[in-house]
Design a protein around this ligand. Structure first.
Ligand code: GLU
Length: 453
């Protein structure tokens, strides 16, 4: 059976580092198995969902190079949820409840006060027809709960966490539909996973108890809908990855709000983010791997740890610089200042932490450069250098420094530094061997003469 994974963001904001990671892992899992990666837009919450975020999610995935093999929107599948709801209702697995949010909160507090887990007490299940009719006559519309089956423990072998066991009696019957008829997350997600043929559900560990509930929903749906819809009747594989925390060691607000747009503006390359997030929290080393296939080939849920993964900006910057140093000219050409050719890119690339710095380094080639403050001795040396330039040589830098070495007896720093300072206005920077041909003969002579005074 073809592996099908899905990434299911709610379009209520930009993708942040936590859900970028989930998207990436689902993409890798699908690609590794030669399967399909679906984007599912969880937009049943009409009030909070925004079209601009749907577009931003698509654009962010495209920027990251995580193109989905298909897209579904929950808002376009409402009839499927209605059908599932009716089937579950007919099977006696859904019941109306009338408590207000305040009443539920009070029940929770009372349970906690007695040292009991705050599980819904199923009071609504005890209501008779007359009592329900009375509620509705008072204008109280019900919300709807899925009735968990308390008879069997819920169990699955989690791809990251190993065997998971839940006692359903320790879980609240989940509210699956609001009084206004709108859907909460729990049922639509299970319906979609079934109908879209999702074979692997990989998500954050904040969803572990949802999985316990959804396993019962899946099973109930197989029984209620299975034959009519000819759906595959076995559960997807579930895996829950440990959450991402900031370097400070706790779930940080900053991380949760760090969107793709912010990374992009900061000059982070998508390959850097992908290389870091692919391996963070696994037993595999985080390396600046820009070859996507290499990440696909080495992806393995068995290497995922159960401890929270620490996201550190310094790691990201380090990986980013290393990735920039590998980027080929053709891939970055459109982002470089005009005039930089392939040789120019190769000369300055090792000095960049971000591509945006290219302009700054390229100014060393185009000039003007600041004339350095030098000793009389160095100025005389530079005058001599201006006369020793030899651009007919295959390697003008080598030719120049060799000639000067022999003529002056200078070596090391005394030989090289004044030349670099005069030619670039700086004490450090790109390899002069690559830079000098780019500066060109007449400009180089002009700079050396200017520094010589
Ligand atoms: N929309 C849900 C979320 O973002 C999807 C969870 C899931 O993967 O099932 O948390």
């Amino acid at each position: 059976m073809t592996t099908v994974t899905r990434f299911a963001p709610a379009p209520t904001g930009r993708l942040h580092v936590g859900n970028i990671r989930t998207a990436l892992h689902n993409w890798l899992l699908a690609k590794k198995a030669g399967g399909r990666f679906l984007l599912r837009i969880d937009d049943t919450d009409a009030e909070r969902s925004r079209e601009e975020y749907v577009e931003a999610i698509r654009a962010d995935l495209a920027w990251l190079g995580l193109d989905p093999d298909g897209e579904e929107r929950q808002s376009e599948r409402l009839d499927h949820y209605q059908r599932a709801f009716e089937a579950l209702q007919a099977a006696g697995r859904i019941y109306p409840a009338y408590e207000t949010a305040q009443e539920l909160e009070l029940k929770r507090k009372v349970a906690l006060g007695r040292g009991l887990p705050p599980i819904y007490d199923r009071a609504a299940l005890e209501l008779g027809d007359a009592e329900r009719a009375a509620k509705e006559a008072q204008g109280i519309a019900p919300h709807w709960r899925f009735k968990l089956d308390h008879d069997e423990p819920i169990e699955w072998d989690d791809g990251v966490r190993g065997v998971q066991k839940f006692d359903p009696a320790q879980l609240s019957d989940p509210v699956i539909r609001r009084a206004d008829g709108s859907w909460l997350y729990m049922l639509p997600s299970a319906v979609d996973d079934i109908e879209l043929g999702v074979t692997d559900v990989l998500r954050g560990e904040d969803h572990v108890s949802n999985t316990a509930v959804q396993i019962q929903i899946f099973t109930a749906l197989y029984a209620a809908l299975g034959e009519a819809q000819q759906i595959a009747q076995h559960l997807p594989r579930f895996a829950h990855e440990a959450l991402l925390v900031g370097s400070e060691g706790k779930l940080s607000k900053r991380l949760g709000s760090l969107g793709c747009d912010a990374f992009r503006e900061r000059g982070i390359e998508p390959q850097a983010l992908v290389a870091l997030l692919a391996r963070l929290g696994t037993s595999q080393p985080v390396e600046p791997i820009s070859d996507r296939q290499a990440l696909v080939d080495t992806f393995d849920l068995a290497t995922f740890g159960r401890a929270p993964a620490h996201f550190d900006d310094a790691d990201l910057e380090r990986i980013n610089a290393a990735i920039v140093h590998q980027l080929e000219f053709a891939a970055v050409q459109h982002r470089l200042p005009e005039g930089i050719d392939e040789a120019g890119w190769h000369a300055i690339r090792p000095n960049l932490s971000h591509i945006g710095e290219a302009a700054e380094w390229w100014r060393l080639v185009t000039g003007p450069v600041d004339v350095p403050d030098l000793s009389d001795d160095d100025r005389a040396y530079l005058a001599q250098a201006a006369g020793a330039l030899d651009f007919a040589a295959a390697d003008p830098w080598h030719a120049l420094t060799n000639a000067l070495k022999q003529a002056t007896g200078r070596k090391g720093k005394a030989l090289f530094l004044p030349l670099r300072q005069a030619l670039t206005g700086m004490d450090h920077g790109p390899d002069m061997k690559e830079l000098l041909p780019l500066i060109g003969e007449s400009e180089a002579r002009k700079r050396l003469e200017a520094a010589a005074g």
